[in-house]
Design a protein around this ligand. Structure first.
Ligand SMILES: C[S@@+](CC[C@H](N)C(=O)[O-])C[C@H]1O[C@@H](n2cnc3c(N)ncnc32)[C@H](O)[C@@H]1O
Length: 207
């Protein structure tokens, strides 16, 4: 998918803004957010989710591999004078691992674009401080109708399978919650696509 081309219009879709609000609300319930916490949002796009959370967290690094998305994000940061948001171009699957470690990593609707789920979860694990939190919001398993254009990623996730992968790389999975339902017209029929939030914690000692 070409996110560079979609970036300018991204925030005009009210469902994207609503789902970011819904995920932020669920994260407040599941994670003890603190202004002392350092955070990484991975696959941030235009930063909708981090803009919701920015007053409750400390320094937030917003990572994406789309320069178009990052340009729009930088304009929003400048306009809002959001001093704790730091965008970086980063693809963890090809770039060196950043040196910084985080108290919290979160990601909204990005995991299904990354083919090697175990690898990205394991990289998130390495980037977290011991006891750090991971929040993944993404699609439940769907029949391939969600994207409505050629798409080569995951058709959502089975929650149990994702939990097993997260556990295998060293997380304690704290739970899943359905946080939002995307509604789309597919062949003239209204279809609902639930989005879950998985919350997990990096185990202090992982043998
Ligand atoms: C569906 S969009 C979601 C954007 C944002 N999280 C939101 O909910 O509005 C997926 C985002 O993940 C980014 N992305 C996809 N693959 C990536 C990768 N390997 N590394 C970093 N970002 C990636 C895309 O550029 C895009 O901005």
């Amino acid at each position: 998918m070409n996110f560079d081309e979609k970036a300018r219009e991204w925030d005009n879709n009210p469902a994207r803004r609503e789902r970011a609000c819904a995920v932020a609300e669920a994260m407040r319930r599941q994670v003890p957010l603190r202004p002392t916490m350092t955070a990484l949002e991975y696959g941030c796009g235009t930063g909708l989710l981090s803009f919701e959370l920015r007053h409750e967290l400390g320094r937030i690094v917003l990572a994406d591999n789309s320069t178009g998305m990052l340009e729009v994000l930088q304009e929003k940061i400048t306009a809002a004078q959001a001093k704790n948001l730091f965008p970086i171009r980063l693809d963890l699957l090809v770039d060196p691992l950043p040196a910084q470690r985080f108290d919290l990593i979160y990601s909204l609707m990005t995991l299904h674009h990354i083919l090697d789920t175990q690898r990205i979860l394991s990289l998130f694990h390495r980037l977290l401080l011991p006891g750090g939190y991971l929040c993944i919001a993404d699609l439940d398993k769907e029949d391939g109708s969600f994207h409505q254009e050629p798409f080569e990623g995951h058709l959502g996730f089975e929650r149990q399978e994702l939990a097993e992968l997260a556990t295998a790389v060293g997380f304690e999975v704290l739970g899943f919650e359905t946080v939002y339902r995307m509604v789309k017209l597919v062949d003239g029929c209204q279809r609902h696509y639930p989005i879950f939030l998985m919350t997990a914690r990096k185990r202090e000692i992982f043998a």
